[in-house]
Write a protein that binds this ligand. Structure first.
Ligand code: FES
Length: 516
């Protein structure tokens, strides 16, 4: 089995029974904030795009690049489609000209022509990607590969049960706006970033250990930030709180925990994976590339400046009345929302900075009051500050997912009182009736699901499943005194009170072992 690195989470898998192109991403995403790193725009995409199968793991724009899919991927390719709860991915691909779809039943092995086998695991909680993320398992001629990309299943048992895996490709770096955009003292930001960076690596080691594949390929990040306004997010400034470590950092951190089977794919690198080993060829020596990372980014920044400027010029729509537009889009959804609105539980304020950089319009999305209105000097739970032009653009294109556009762009700052509130982001990624109804139904089921099984962890008896996304706490739970940490996403719980210390809601059932 041949695996060609094509940048970020993207790869082309070639076997004698057919080829699969995964997550090809080339054009900047999220308001021109994210670019693939290392640069993959100079690959021979005409050839790479002539494939038998296309797999897009989910709709995040660093995995689903509509422009690139339209221009470079063969419309004769059969799309291997995860079993997602909504039809959005299929609809978007059809709109791009794809007509052949194979809907892969969740977690079931499908045999394609010539003996090529695949299995797709779809994750469908409202917090998994834009309502859905997935992993692809491939087997041909005894060689097995798992492209986990950035999916975060509770464990990898379903893949491990299919036999020993030879190539495991997974995310290790950050892909979020936390903590950089928060209005916090630099020292606090660095401390939070450091914790996050460590947690990302811990999670990666756990997945690697779950599968014990012969070879581990760090993929799906980090992106690079080429706009001058975001340049500081690249991990080239010696900031230990930077959440975007690159593949060379992965290799050195992995070595510290005894990992010796890591393989970095540059765009254009080719790994031939067999049951007995892997040989890899690179377009240039990997160490040399990373030693010159800053120069690579600087050169790329100059080359892409025009692309960024052209995108920026398309965001302003002065004819749009933002307050009226937000009212029209958001108020009907506030009316429909029970769980998410209750979960947010307070007003969320948007401070929109005008074109002159001075004038600010303050708008509140009032979740308890179910309305969008001008800010009225009240205390708010969350405050976002961004350019008015970005919101104008979101309204102009009728964007239903503000996480998959505004928030991932990192072109905003944020402040909040109290804990992280996942419902805020869940709501702003569900700005359509279809998505909102799905998320509401999911939380409804989830809240009502009685998870009766308890387990003993140290001096505590706790419910077996994590109140966040049901990770098995016998594997992911670490008790330290009166605090439990679930290592899947790092959420913490105060055991005497059951209170979740990381997010609003999500109480855990816990009692001391000696309590009758
Ligand atoms: S499942 Fe997310 S922290 Fe436990």
């Amino acid at each position: 089995m041949r695996v060609t690195g094509t940048g970020h989470a993207s790869m082309r898998i070639d076997t004698a029974a057919g080829s699969i192109l995964c997550d090809p991403w080339v054009n900047p995403a999220y308001f021109a904030s994210w670019f693939p790193f290392p640069d993959n725009s100079l690959l021979d995409w005409e050839t790479l795009g002539r494939v038998d199968y296309l797999y897009v793991s989910h709709l995040h724009r660093d995995h689903f690049d509509a422009k690139h899919l339209r221009e470079f991927v063969s419309k004769d390719a059969t799309v291997l489609l995860p079993e997602f709860p909504t039809s959005e991915m299929e609809d978007e691909l059809r709109a791009l000209g794809f007509t052949k779809f194979l809907r892969a039943p969740n977690e079931q092995v499908v045999e394609l022509d010539g003996g090529l086998k695949i299995m797709i695991q779809a994750l469908t909680s409202p917090t998994d990607g834009p309502i859905g993320d997935s992993s692809l398992w491939v087997e041909y001629d005894g060689v097995r590969l798992l492209n986990q990309n950035d999916a975060r299943p509770t464990d990898l048992t379903v893949f491990a049960e299919l036999g020993h895996v030879h190539a495991h490709l997974l995310q290790f770096s950050g892909a979020i706006w936390y903590p950089m955009v928060y209005e916090l003292p630099q020292a606090a930001k660095t401390a939070f970033g450091k914790q996050k960076r460590e947690r990302q690596f811990d999670r990666t080691w756990r997945y690697i250990d779950d599968l014990k594949a012969d070879h581990v390929f760090p993929i799906a990040g980090p992106p690079c930030f080429l706009d001058d306004a975001l340049w500081q997010f690249n991990d080239i400034h010696g900031d230990e709180g930077n959440i975007f470590p690159d593949q060379s950092v992965f290799l050195s951190e992995y070595a510290k925990v005894g990992g010796t089977n890591g393989i970095v794919l540059l765009p254009g690198s080719v790994a031939e994976v067999t049951t007995s080993g892997a040989t890899t060829t690179h377009p240039q020596p990997v160490e040399e590339f990373f030693a010159n990372k800053t120069a690579h980014l600087e050169e790329m920044r100059e080359r892409k400046r025009g692309v960024i400027e052209a995108e920026k010029a398309s965001w302003r729509h002065p004819e749009i009345d933002v307050l009226a537009g937000m009212k029209r889009r958001i108020e009907p959804l506030l009316d429909e929302s029970i769980y998410l609105a209750k979960g947010v539980g307070g007003p969320v304020r948007f401070d929109l900075v005008g074109y002159d950089g001075a004038e600010v319009e303050s708008i509140v999305v009032d979740f308890p009051g179910k309305q969008v209105r001008p800010y009225a000097d009240e205390k708010v739970r969350y405050r976002f500050r961004t350019e008015r032009a970005l919101i104008e653009h979101l309204l102009h294109i009728d964007e239903v997912d503000w996480v998959n556009s505004l928030f991932l762009s990192c072109r905003f700052s944020a402040a909040r009182i109290g804990q992280y509130n996942e419902f805020v982001y869940a709501f702003f990624k569900c700005l359509s009736t279809e998505r909102l109804q799905y998320a509401e139904g999911w939380y409804d089921e989830h809240e009502r699901a009685v998870d009766a099984e308890d387990v003993t962890l140290g001096d505590w008896v706790v419910q077996r499943r994590c109140p966040h996304l049901k990770a098995d706490l016998t594997r992911f739970g670490i008790v330290d005194g009166d605090q439990l940490t679930c290592q899947l996403h790092g959420w913490k719980f105060d055991l005497p009170s059951g209170r979740c210390l990381t997010s609003v809601g999500h109480k855990i059932r816990a009692a001391r072992t000696q309590t009758p």
